[in-house]
Ligand binder design. Structure first.
Ligand SMILES: [Zn+2]
Length: 219
């Protein structure tokens, strides 16, 4: 059975590879995400390599084996199901669940997770709009556009957030934006690429380029 730390490494490597397909998953990038030194990462990579969970070649980067990928997807599945549970059944807000789910994702009972999935009605998405992998590890990530890529005059719906940090989600709450919010791009400020948008046919909000690069939309 993998340790908490091992599961966290597998998850981080999976997400790095997914975020930039074709790009090398380097020790430095993993160290960045795991907030640790490159030397500690190298040790852990060797250990995971010996367990048959990844291939690691110095200067070539890291790739997960089928078993490593399976474990990463199971951890992501547990994390996202627990997030749904916390929001839907325990009344947590979407900015409060990530840290708690970071702990719960390491519970090891497959039966518990199967019952949880059933209890929640087999949800497809977590509270941040991220897809929940199936028990077999299938995960379909729709290709959504980023709000920041839209031009004035375009309309759409917010479907997911790229950044799930509490500060970002609290900001969205403050300006009245969440999953399902309708919006219309009114103007783009050429100077810094911030956007003026109308949210839910109601208030007008000025969002920075940084914010608009972290919101997925259908348009
Ligand atoms: Zn989360």
């Amino acid at each position: 059975m993998p340790s908490y730390t091992e599961e966290n490494y597998l998850k981080a490597i999976y997400k790095l590879a997914e975020a930039a397909p074709g790009e090398e998953v380097s020790t430095n990038r993993i160290a960045d995400v795991m907030q640790t030194r490159a030397a500690s990462v190298t040790d852990m990579l060797r250990r995971l390599g010996e367990k048959g969970l990844l291939h690691y070649q110095r200067y070539r980067g890291v790739s997960l084996t089928a078993e490593g990928r399976r474990l990463a997807l199971q951890t992501i599945r547990k994390h996202r199901l627990w997030e749904v549970f916390l929001v839907q059944k325990l009344g947590f807000n979407w900015d409060e669940v990530h840290e708690v789910a970071e702990e719960m994702e390491h519970l090891q009972s497959p039966l518990l997770i199967r019952r949880l999935d059933e209890f929640l009605g087999f949800p497809q998405l977590d509270p941040h709009g991220d897809p929940i992998p199936t028990e077999d590890g299938a995960m379909h990530r729709p290709q959504h556009r980023l709000l920041g890529d839209l031009a004035p005059g375009e309309c759409g719906t917010v479907v997911a957030v790229k950044n799930t940090s509490p500060l970002f989600l609290q900001y969205l709450d403050k300006v009245g934006m969440g999953l399902g919010s309708l919006f219309e791009v009114l103007d783009k400020v050429e100077f810094d690429n911030s956007l003026e948008i109308r949210v839910n046919q109601n208030q007008v909000v000025l969002v920075s380029a940084e914010v608009s690069r972290n919101i997925f939309v259908t348009a």
